[in-house]
Design a protein around this ligand. Structure first.
Ligand SMILES: Cc1cc2nc3c(=O)[nH]c(=O)nc-3n(C[C@H](O)[C@H](O)[C@H](O)COP(=O)(O)OP(=O)(O)OC[C@H]3O[C@@H](n4cnc5c(N)ncnc54)[C@H](O)[C@@H]3O)c2cc1C
Length: 603
C-alpha cells in the first residue's frame, strides 16, 4: 500500500469527532502480537516479584528501594523500551512502550512516578530534541538505568504557567558555558538522579530554553529535603537549587528559546503514558476489591451478593475497560502515524515528535479521563473494604492516596480539559480538521423538521452507534455556537470550555469502548463478549447522562431566548435513547462476571 493510501485511511488527531471509524480500524488489547504479550507478561512478573510483594516498603518511604528496583528494571531492559536501538534501547513501537508503562504501574505510585519521570520527561526530551552527540553521550546510560534522569520545569512561581519561570541562564564571557541560577520545585527523582533536563531563560527571551545538566553537587547544585506528601511516599520529590551552575554550551537542547515547545511536547507523551499508568492500578484494585467482597460475610452472606456492591464493581470494571479501549486505540494511531512519517522519509526523531503531537488532543482527553477513573475506582475500592479500606494495612488506602497525584502532574486536569478543546478549535482554524462544515450541518438540522422514523436497531450496537453519532452533534452544536459567539475570547469562558471538554471526553471514551467490543464480538462471537457488550452499553448510558448535564449547562451559559430553546430541543433530540437499556441488569451481569473470575480479566 502506498503511503498516500495509508495517510488517507489514518484518522488525524481530533478527527474522531467528524469522521466515522470502523471497528476493524481500531487497535485493541486483543490485537497484541505474541512479542507484545511476552513483554506484558515479563513486566507483570517483575511487578509481582519486586514491587507488589513489597508494597509496605514503598509506603515506609524507602527511597533506596525505589532506586534499587529502578536499577533492576534497567537491567531487565524495561527502561529502554522506547529508546532507539542505536542508543542502547529496544526501540519498540509506541504500543509496546504503552504496554510496559501500563503494567509496570499498578503496584505502587511511587515506582510508577519514578519510572515515568525517568523514561518519559527525563529521557524523551533528549531522544526527541537532542543532537547526535547529546544522544550518544546520555541516552545509552539512561536506557540501561546506569544513570537516572529528572525534569526541572516547575518553580515556586511557575506551575501551570510553565513558561513564566525565573531561572536564568547567563552565557559566560568566553562563550563556552551558561551559568544557571534558579529554584525548581516538585522534582521527581531528584534524590537519586544523575542528570536533569532544566528549563531556564536566557536574557529577556520570550520563551525558556532547555539544557541537559549533570547532577554534580560541586557545581552549585543543592537539594531541599524530601517533600512530605499525601501519597507516592517512596517517590523522591525535592526542590533543586542551581547557583551559577556551569553548563557547557553544547548541552543546550535544540535551540535557544525552544524550551517551552520541548516541555510541552515531552508532556504530550507523558500524558498518554500517565493514562496508561493509571490502568493497571485500576485492574489491581478491582481484583483485590472483588476477592475481598467474595469472602467478606455480612448478614450471613458474601457482600458481593449485595446490589450496592455489585453496582460499584460493575462501574469500576466498566471504567477500566473504557480506559484500556481508548488508550490503546490512540497508542496505535500514534504508532501508525510515526511509521507513516518514517516511510515518507522523516528522520525517526521528527516522525516520533510529529506523530505524538498529531494526537495531542487525545493525549489530554486520556490523561483527564483515566486519572479521574483511577481515583474513583480506588475510592470505591476503599468503600468495598469498609473499615479495612481505611486501614493502612490494606493496599486500598495507599492506592487511593497514590492515585490523587495523577490529576495534578503532567498538566492539571483543568489545564488539560481546556487544552483539549482549545487545540481542537485551533486545528479547525488551520483546516486540519473540518469542524465548520459538520457544525453548519448540525445548525441546519436543528432548523429542520426531525424525522419520526424509528430505525431498525436489531443489529448489535446499531442504536448505540446511532446515538454516538448524535452525541458528536451535541459537541459540534455547543462548541460551534460558542466559537461563533465568542471568537478568540472563548478562552476566557472557562466554565463553558470545561463543559465542552467533558462532552468531548465522553464521546471519545464511549466510542473507543463500543468499537473495541464490536470488533471483538465480530471475531469471538457475541456470547463470548456478553460482559464487554454490557460494559459498552453501561459506559454509553452514563456518558449520555453526563453529556445532557454538561450540554445544558453550556447552552444556558451563552444562548438566550429562541436560540436557547432551539439548542435545548436539539440536545434532547441528539441524546434520545429509544430503547433505554436496563442498567441494573447490565451492572449485575458485569459484576457477576468479575466476581466469578475473582478479578478483572478483560485485558
Ligand atoms: C508529586 C509531584 C511530582 C511532580 N514532579 C514534577 C517533575 O518531576 N518536574 C516538574 O517540573 N514538575 C513536577 N511537578 C509539578 C507539577 O507539574 C505541578 O504541580 C503542576 O503542573 C501544577 O502546578 P502548581 O502546583 O504550581 O499549581 P498551580 O499552577 O498553581 O495550579 C493551582 C490550581 O489552579 C488551577 N489553574 C492554574 N492555572 C489555571 C488557569 N489558567 N485556568 C484555570 N485553572 C488554572 C490548576 O488547575 C490547579 O487546580 C510535580 C508535582 C507533584 C505534586
Amino acid at each position: 500500500m502506498s503511503t498516500q493510501t495509508i495517510e488517507k485511511d489514518l484518522l488525524r488527531g481530533g478527527q474522531f469527532l467528524v469522521k466515522e471509524t470502523k471497528c476493524e480500524d481500531v487497535f485493541t488489547l486483543e490485537d497484541l502480537s505474541e512479542e507484545q504479550k511476552m513483554m506484558r507478561d515479563s513486566t507483570k512478573e517483575f511487578v509481582d516479584r519486586e514491587l507488589w510483594s513489597h508494597w509496605e516498603r514503598f509506603e515506609s518511604k524507602d527511597y533506596a528501594y525505589t532506586e534499587e528496583t529502578m536499577r533492576h528494571a534497567g537491567e531487565l531492559g524495561l527502561l529502554g523500551i522506547a529508546v532507539p536501538e542505536a542508543y542502547g534501547g529496544l526501540g519498540m513501537g509506541f504500543v509496546s512502550t504503552m504496554l510496559v508503562c501500563d503494567y509496570i504501574s499498578g503496584a505502587t505510585g511511587s515506582f510508577s512516578t519514578a519510572f515515568g519521570a525517568h523514561t518519559g520527561i527525563g529521557t524523551m526530551p533528549i531522544i526527541l530534541y537532542g543532537n547526535e552527540e547529546q544522544k550518544k553521550k546520555y541516552v545509552p546510560k539512561l536506557a540501561t538505568g546506569e544513570w537516572f534522569g529528572a525534569y526541572c520545569l516547575t518553580e515556586p512561581g511557575a506551575g501551570s504557567d510553565a513558561n513564566s519561570g525565573k531561572t536564568k541562564a547567563v552565557l559566560s564571557e568566553d562563550g563556552k558555558f551558561y551559568a544557571i541560577t534558579g529554584q525548581k520545585m516538585w522534582i521527581s527523582n531528584a534524590g537519586f538522579c544523575n542528570m536533569f533536563i532544566v528549563f531556564a531563560r536566557i536574557e529577556d527571551d520570550k520563551n525558556i530554553t532547555g539544557f541537559i545538566v549533570e547532577n554534580d553537587p560541586e557545581n552549585g547544585i543543592t537539594m531541599g529535603d524530601e517533600e512530605k506528601k499525601l501519597g507516592i511516599h517512596s517517590s523522591s520529590t525535592r526542590q533543586v537549587f542551581f547557583n551559577e551552575t556551569k553548563v557547557p554550551v553544547e548541552n543546550m537542547l535544540s535551540e535557544r528559546g525552544n524550551g517551552f515547545k520541548i516541555a510541552m511536547n515531552a508532556l504530550n507523551v507523558g500524558r498518554i503514558k500517565l493514562a496508561a499508568a493509571c490502568l493497571e492500578a485500576q485492574r489491581r484494585v478491582i481484583t483485590e476489591a472483588v476477592k475481598y467482597a467474595n469472602e467478606r460475610l455480612q448478614f450471613k452472606t458474601p457482600i458481593i451478593n449485595f446490589g450496592a456492591i455489585k453496582s460499584k464493581v460493575a462501574t469500576m470494571a466498566t471504567n477500566a475497560y473504557a480506559g484500556e479501549s481508548a488508550c490503546y486505540r490512540a497508542a496505535k494511531n500514534i504508532e501508525d502515524r510515526i511509521t507513516l512519517r518514517v516511510a515518507q522519509g522523516n528522520p525517526h526523531q521528527e516522525a516520533e515528535l510529529k506523530g505524538v503531537e498529531e494526537y495531542a488532543i487525545e493525549c489530554s482527553i486520556l490523561k483527564v479521563a483515566v486519572s479521574e477513573d483511577c481515583q474513583s475506582t480506588t475510592d470505591e475500592g476503599i468503600q468495598i473494604f469498609g473499615g479495612m479500606g481505611f486501614s493502612a494495612d490494606t493496599p486500598m488506602e495507599s492506592a487511593w492516596r497514590d492515585s490523587r497525584i495523577a490529576r495534578i502532574y503532567e498538566g492539571t486536569n483543568e489545564i488539560n480539559r481546556m487544552l483539549a478543546v482549545g487545540m481542537l478549535v485551533k486545528k479547525a482554524m488551520k483546516g486540519h480538521v473540518d469542524l465548520l462544515g459538520p457544525a453548519t450541518q448540525v445548525g441546519e438540522e436543528l432548523m429542520g423538521i426531525p424525522s419520526f422514523d424509528v430505525p431498525d436497531f436489531s443489529e448489535l450496537f446499531s442504536e448505540e452507534k446511532d446515538l454516538l453519532a448524535r452525541l458528536k452533534k451535541v459537541f459540534l452544536m455547543v462548541a460551534g455556537s460558542a466559537v461563533q459567539k465568542f471568537g478568540p475570547e472563548l478562552e476566557k469562558h472557562q466554565q463553558l470550555l470545561m463543559a465542552a471538554s467533558d462532552i468531548l471526553i465522553e464521546v471519545y471514551m464511549a466510542e473507543s469502548t463500543l468499537l473495541r467490543t464490536e470488533k471483538n464480538a465480530k471475531r469471538f462471537g457475541e456470547e463470548a463478549q456478553e460482559a464487554q457488550i454490557a460494559m459498552s452499553k453501561l459506559y454509553l448510558y452514563n456518558a449520555v447522562d453526563i453529556i445532557i448535564q454538561k450540554g445544558k449547562e453550556a447552552i444556558v451559559s451563552f444562548a438566550e431566548g429562541d436560540e436557547q430553546r432551539m439548542m435545548l430541543m436539539g440536545l434532547k433530540r441528539f441524546t434520545k435513547y429509544t430503547n433505554q437499556p436496563n442498567v441494573v441488569a447490565l451492572r449485575t451481569l458485569i459484576a457477576d462476571k468479575v466476581a466469578a473470575d475473582q478479578g478483572y480479566t478483560f485485558d
